[in-house]
Design a protein. Structure first.
Length: 287
């Protein structure tokens, strides 16, 4: 039985239902797994997760709390999440810097926020409520951006850093999202990494993205449907230089490949993590 605690500083994969049976049959050497809790909030669905949890550390990556919603959190959803957390005892719980509900309607999209003091106060209050209900700190993931609000007064990494300062939450640094946002709205990706407080980064996500044409301009879409792109691997290496060997996840949600393809991506990330760990040891010895 895996004991709850910090994730190993290795490269895991996002586990989707198509691969559960094969994973349990083969027990491949992957250091940890991540699932969307919304897929496991019924007793029948959770039975397979119980079987996975016996052999692998598990992280819960939520998509339904809608932390940026103006108004109260969905207490029913939060209660169901708390029940799952109590049952699974995940190593980490994370959510998105976004909103997806309004007036009781669920929009099935992770929608963007203006980065203002007002929206920061809303998100901070909701993060505090979620952490109190779950009895633990959570990680908040930076989104992929396709637009910027004119009235935003804070840069996204500054917003995340201040959120972590006010609530004690951590940051889930999605490197693919930073690359996508940098391309789409003209950010400096390396400056973004430098603006995040390193001590707050508890997990990294990697994924593939699509390239769409919009009136003659290429727009990157964070669709999690292909291998990690070369520039994202390069930015990942920069992130590891900045943050050290942080637990890393390969996300793949559309056009799902065979399990071995996911494992291969995780092994590639594991190589970068090993390099980062070796650099850190070398720096300590040099000091």
């Amino acid at each position: 039985m895996i004991v709850p605690g910090a994730l190993p500083a290795g490269a895991g994969i996002g586990l989707r239902s198509r691969h559960v049976g094969e994973l349990l049959a083969r027990r491949p050497a992957v250091p940890w797994l991540e699932v969307h809790p919304e897929n496991y909030m019924s007793a029948a669905a959770c039975a397979s997760l119980d079987a996975v949890r016996r052999d692998y550390p598990v992280s819960l990556h939520g998509v339904g709390l809608s932390l940026g919603t103006a108004g109260d959190l969905d207490r029913r959803h939060l209660g169901r999440l708390r029940s799952l957390v109590d049952r699974v005892q995940p190593c980490l719980v994370s959510e998105h810097l976004s909103w997806s509900t309004i007036g009781g309607a669920y929009l099935n999209h992770l929608l963007p926020l203006p980065y203002t003091e007002e929206s920061l106060a809303v998100v901070a209050e909701h993060v505090r409520l979620a952490q109190d209900a779950l009895g633990r700190s959570i990680l908040i993931e930076n989104p992929a951006s396709y637009l910027r609000f004119r009235h935003s007064t804070l840069r996204e990494p500054e917003f995340l850093a201040e959120l972590a300062q006010r609530t004690g939450c951590g940051i889930l640094c999605d490197v693919n999202n930073i690359h996508v946002s940098a391309w789409n709205v003209g950010l400096d990706a390396e400056a973004y990494l430098d603006a995040l407080p390193a001590a707050t980064v508890g997990e990294i996500h990697l994924a593939g993205h699509a390239v769409n044409d919009a009136d003659g301009h290429a727009v990157l879409i964070d669709d999690h449907g292909s291998p990690v792109a070369p520039p994202v691997w390069a930015l990942y290496r920069k992130a590891l230089e900045r943050f050290g060997p942080v637990p890393t996840l390969i996300e793949w949600d559309t056009d799902l490949p065979e399990l071995d393809v996911l494992l291969g991506e995780a092994y590639t990330a594991g190589g970068f993590l090993a390099e980062a760990a070796a650099r850190r040891v070398g720096h300590v010895r040099a000091a």
